[in-house]
Design a protein around this ligand. Structure first.
Ligand SMILES: NC(=O)c1ccc[n+]([C@@H]2O[C@H](COP(=O)([O-])OP(=O)(O)OC[C@H]3O[C@@H](n4cnc5c(N)ncnc54)[C@H](O)[C@@H]3O)[C@@H](O)[C@H]2O)c1
Ligand SMILES: N[C@H](C(=O)O)[C@H](O)COP(=O)(O)O
Length: 330
């Protein structure tokens, strides 16, 4: 049976709405529903000059997503009028409600997987709501104490030991306990969700040249190495801590199935350089499946056309693959 995929359209002033309109033109091997404001979708379709036939979501009647301008929409109204490219904090609650609806539907078996279009973290915070990202929001909503962000693009997989954290807080956030948990989740999901029997994980150091034997930082000696040694004794294939500047050379990458970077901007620039526009962000360790685009709200492009839908299509395809083997409610 085809999986039921729910897509959240994200920030209404951003390109998430445009992408959902474009999605109506792409056939996909799944059932699909978009959570968004139907009027915003209709008016963006009009602005883009794209055909769009909106069908009201009915949980009792799913139809394959055939890509003939037809889009099933689970309507959530925005609180304030939407202008493409112009953020409005009054719509932040709407954005979070769409996420909550999708998460709850996945947790209750209504949907097989959730795919997210981009939200704007800044405007949600400006609305007075502390929000660092989908990843952390999903963890909190599903009561999951520890999740791992991994991006997949081209031939690369890059996971992160920390997610949306100011750089000044990264070192303190990486403890032996947190790193141990991160690697266990990463290893387990690479085996169970990605079908890699004995994953080879390449682990970066935190400091330049992986600390240069303690002369350029101690975290490799005090934190990273002891965890890697312990997990190697349990049978995991872990290389590192390796200097991040040369880890991403083709020779080194050929010896691993995944890179674990210590922080957001240590790993993601490489991945986005290699595959921006087709990469996928997947949250590991959750009791549900969630994938996402690899890009942001691109406010500069919203409502103007000329955007790439490749990352959303890749995110949906990965969600289909991950959900495919899961039992679906009848
Ligand atoms: N999954 C998510 O929710 C997600 C991911 C990344 C960034 N963000 C958020 O998005 C906001 C804006 O972030 P940013 O400006 O750093 O990154 P961005 O990805 O929105 O934009 C970076 C550049 O890429 C272009 N771009 C992005 N997506 C594109 C697409 N599909 N097709 C063509 N061009 C595209 C933009 O026009 C811009 O020039 C921030 O609030 C950030 O936190 C959200
Ligand atoms: N770190 C992600 C990226 O750079 O693509 C992005 O900020 C989205 O993260 P969430 O999925 O947690 O919102």
């Amino acid at each position: 049976m085809m999986p039921r995929i729910v897509v959240t359209a994200g920030e209404p002033a951003g390109i998430g709405i445009d992408l959902c309109v474009m999605l109506a033109g792409h056939p996909l091997p799944c059932y699909l529903a978009v959570i968004a404001d139907r009027d915003v979708l209709a008016s963006r379709a009009h602005a883009l000059g794209l055909p769009l036939n909106i069908h009201v979501y009915d949980p009792a009647h799913w139809a394959p997503h055939q890509g003939q301008s037809r889009l099933v929409v689970l309507h959530h109204p925005c609180a304030a009028p939407v202008t493409a490219g112009q953020l409005d904090p009054r719509n932040s609650t709407y954005v979070l409600h769409t996420l909550e609806r999708a998460i709850d539907g996945c947790m209750q078996g209504e949907f097989g997987a959730m795919v997210t279009a981009p939200v704007h973290k800044g405007i949600i915070n400006e609305a007075g709501i502390a929000f660092t990202g989908h990843t952390e929001f999903l963890a909190e909503r599903t009561h999951t104490p520890h999740v791992v962000m991994m991006l997949v693009g081209g031939s690369l997989r890059v996971a992160l030991a920390t997610t949306h954290l100011p750089l000044a807080e990264v070192s303190q956030a990486i403890t032996q306990e947190s790193l141990d948990t991160t690697i266990r989740i990463l290893h387990r999901d690479l085996v169970q969700k990605f079908g890699i029997a004995n994953p080879r994980i390449l682990v970066t150091g935190l400091n330049p040249h992986a600390g240069e034997g303690g002369h350029l930082g101690m975290e490799e000696i005090t934190t990273i190495n002891p965890v890697l040694e312990k997990l190697r004794r349990e049978g995991m294939q872990l290389r590192g801590p390796l200097p991040a500047d040369t880890l991403f050379t083709p020779h080194n990458l050929a010896q691993g199935d995944c890179v674990l970077a210590m922080y957001h901007d240590q790993g993601l620039p490489v991945l986005k350089h290699a595959s921006f526009g087709t990469g996928v962000n997947v949250t590991l360790g959750l009791p549900m499946i969630r994938t996402s685009v690899d890009h942001g709200t691109a406010l500069d492009l919203a409502g103007k056309g000329n955007i790439e839908i490749g990352s959303l299509l890749s995110a949906i395809q990965l969600a289909i693959n991950l959900a495919g083997n899961r039992p679906q409610p009848s």
